[in-house]
Design a protein around this ligand. Structure first.
Ligand code: SAM
Length: 387
């Protein structure tokens, strides 16, 4: 009997399904997923804290743990520490956390934005932004000089996002609240960098919530994959030729990762290509001794070698949670299926000394004031922008 049959009420069909997809590794992956991540990453926030302050805060809370918190934290990068879950629960109740002095996230979520080639982008569009971890990290990486347009269609999750933006003193970011696919219909070949951290199966949540465990069927991942393909195809249309999309999920299911990107590559017939992560990312991951390569085959079907070479799959056996991330670029302009009227946005001239300039958005010419150093933003139905 495998170790899962001992877990209470883990649906056999769940295990069978993942065994077919992941082969002999499925049991270990799901077992690790049930155990969860042992650590999180805590990072500094641009202009609100620096690394010495982060070390001091972490050190103070660590001292309150049994054995003076020996081994509960370690420095992993110049702006980030890995901390144990015990320490995370102290830190997340602290005043420093309420003041936005640091952000807590998973290793993979931190790492993909750390390695994102963001330097050349005039601005970023985060299509699925709430609660805002990746958007804020992008904004911090641009030293808050260039904007991240954030979108979240679900009302309650958008409230969470705007509250996070308030806490981290990033209220000025442009906020949208509509379907990501619809946003992209207003934009043809225009956006330099898109973050598409798609709604996904998130098997970690399925396994920890009894009702979701009971109700799970294989259809869920297939349906989500259709939705993700719709969002990703729309994002490709909105992307500037030569621009980049970061496509990511926290799903274990290859239907939402390798297979989905494979389908996109087939459909777009050479217009889209995966690109290698630049920089030292892979060397860092090799130092950690983890396998970050995507699956090479699923149910006997070979995965496009470009996906295997360029994508990153973080495995529950290494990180306690799944994550998949891949960079895609666009080789040539795409034509919309149905041309759509551009959304009106008018910039008014500012005088040389002004710090803000007026933007009139939409048919009602609603006025917003945006920092004068921001680039001109695309015409979109912003709910909020600037101050
Ligand atoms: C994985 S979460 C994003 C996490 C976020 N990127 C972060 O790092 O904090 C996916 C989000 O996509 C939102 N979403 C669902 N359907 C969407 C759609 N059609 N267009 C845009 N966003 C959508 C969900 O409400 C959810 O908040």
């Amino acid at each position: 009997m495998g170790k899962f049959e001992q877990q209470p009420a883990l649906p056999a069909r769940f295990l069978d399904f993942y065994r077919q997809l992941l082969g002999e590794n499925a049991e270990d992956e799901i077992h690790a997923l049930l155990k969860g991540a042992g650590e999180k990453v805590v990072r500094t926030v641009f202009s609100l804290s620096d690394f010495s302050e982060l070390e001091r805060i972490v050190g103070e809370f660590q001292m309150t743990l049994p054995g003076s918190g020996e081994g509960q934290s370690r420095v992993i990068f110049e702006d980030a520490m890995a901390v144990s879950n015990e320490l995370v629960s102290c830190l997340s109740r602290s005043t420093a956390f309420e003041q936005g002095k640091f952000y807590i996230q998973s290793f993979a979520s931190y790492f993909v934005i750390r390695m994102l080639p963001i330097a050349g982008a005039e601005y970023v569009l985060d299509l699925c932004a709430s609660p805002g971890g990746k958007a804020l990290h992008c904004y911090d990486r641009m030293e808050r000089k260039r904007p991240v347009i954030v979108n979240e269609p679900a009302g309650a999750r958008r409230m969470r996002l705007t509250s996070v933006l308030r806490t981290y003193d990033a209220r000025e970011l442009p906020v949208l609240g509509i379907d990501g696919g619809l946003i992209c219909q207003f934009l043809a070949n225009e956006i330099p960098l898109i973050v598409l951290d798609a709604p996904c199966s998130g098997e970690a949540h399925i396994l920890t919530q009894p009702q979701r465990r009971r109700e799970w069927t294989p259809k869920q991942t297939m349906m989500l994959a259709r939705r993700q393909l719709g969002l990703l195809s729309a994002a490709v249309h909105a992307l500037k030729p030569g621009g980049l999309i970061l496509y990511s999920t926290c799903a274990l299911s290859p239907y939402e990762n390798e297979l989905l990107v494979g389908e996109l590559l087939e459909r777009t017939e050479g217009a889209v290509e995966p690109v290698r992560w630049p920089g030292e990312g892979e060397a860092e991951l090799e130092k950690l001794g983890v396998n970050f390569r995507p699956l090479e085959q699923v149910k006997g079907q070979a995965i496009d070698p470009r996906i295997v070479e360029c994508g990153w799959r973080f495995r529950p056996v290494d990180f306690g949670e799944p994550f998949f991330g891949i960079l895609l670029t666009k080789k040539k302009s795409t034509m919309p299926k149905k041309p759509i009227e551009p959304y009106p946005v008018v910039y008014e001239k500012s005088r040389s000394k002004d710090r803000w300039r007026s933007i009139r958005v939409g048919p009602g010419r609603r006025e917003f004031l945006a920092p004068v150093h921001w680039p001109e933003l695309p015409g979109l139905p912003y709910l909020h922008l600037g101050r």
